[in-house]
Design a protein around this ligand. Structure first.
Ligand code: PDD
Length: 275
């Protein structure tokens, strides 16, 4: 099993410095990329988002996006990964622990590894349940940073209730879920929170919006309330590797008739045809 450490592909081992800023402050960014039939899906889009996250937290990546792309593809083939994910992160580097940025000569630390994982076919076909929880995150959820404690706490709550996800709301407004985006369908149209600072603009989310255009399905990128979510005809979540999962129940409320809806099923099918 191989990993990428900065510019080198090597045997996987523990190389984290105890003063790595990713480890101590969550001072870094990451991406999770799906691998289908040995090929990373939408790799360019993920790397573009990584570049944007870097810029937003003023982190200078030591490696170009073009070089990273080559290395990640090398990693996938070095691990003979057919089906699964690539995890990659870039931290602001290892330096004496002071909150402010380290000296300019401190280099960022890039790591990546792969994990074999089956397709989520079962849950995509049968659907799952979700719980609602208050969104207690900061106001830059558009940046894919390593700071995930609120997401971890929300997901744990979901799992303790036998649910796949925790759907987050800021007051009355539904934002997204702990590790996925949320869509609802009402009267034949889709609704999802706009891509502003309150959500991560998912690569899967963007692809679904494109697919809907081709299907002549209207997607309204506008906010909606918890009440509207609970009274929707259909609800689904989207994320890398999970792809599109119908949500049949939110807390004690059954969504629609409690079965995966027609529009959701259509999107599941279209998404599958991408790989
Ligand atoms: N999470 N919103 C949040 C908060 C997320 O963490 C994710 C992805 C998404 C969906 O984004 P995308 O479609 O680009 O995967 C939305 C990844 C999978 C994770 O942290 O494991």
């Amino acid at each position: 099993n191989k990993m990428l450490f900065n510019d080198r592909i090597m045997d996987r081992k523990n190389l984290v410095d105890i003063e790595d800023r990713g480890y101590q402050f969550g001072d870094g960014i990451y991406e999770v990329i799906g691998v289908y039939d040995g090929k990373p899906l939408m790799l360019d889009e993920h790397l573009e988002r990584l570049e944007r996250s870097a810029k937003e937290i003023k982190l200078n990546m030591s490696s170009s996006i073009g070089n990273l792309k080559t290395k990640l593809e090398e990693l996938v083939s070095a691990n003979s990964l057919n089906e699964g994910i690539i995890y990659m992160q870039v931290s602001r580097g290892a330096a004496a622990r002071w909150h402010e940025f380290p000296n300019a000569d401190t280099s960022t630390v890039t790591v990546a590894y792969t994990r074999a994982e089956d397709r989520a076919n079962n849950v995509e076909d049968q659907g799952a349940t979700a719980v609602l929880t208050e969104d207690i995150r900061w106001l830059r959820c558009d940046i894919k940073t390593l700071n995930l404690l609120p997401n971890v706490l929300a997901k744990q709550e979901a799992v303790e209730h036998g649910a796949i996800e925790a759907i987050l709301h800021r007051g009355e407004i539904v934002t997204e879920a702990s590790a996925s985006n949320v869509f609802m369908v009402k009267d034949g149209e889709l609704y999802t929170h706009p891509a502003d600072n309150y959500i991560l603009n998912g690569i899967t989310r963007r692809k679904i919006i494109q697919l809907c255009e081709a299907l002549n399905l209207k997607v309204n990128e506008q906010t909606y309330t918890v009440d509207e979510l609970l009274n929707a005809d259909e609800v689904f979540i989207s994320a890398t590797k999970l792809d599109v999962v119908p949500i049949l129940k939110v807390d004690d409320h059954t969504i629609g008739n409690g079965e995966p809806g027609e529009i959701t099923k259509q999107i599941v099918k279209e998404f599958r045809s991408l790989y």
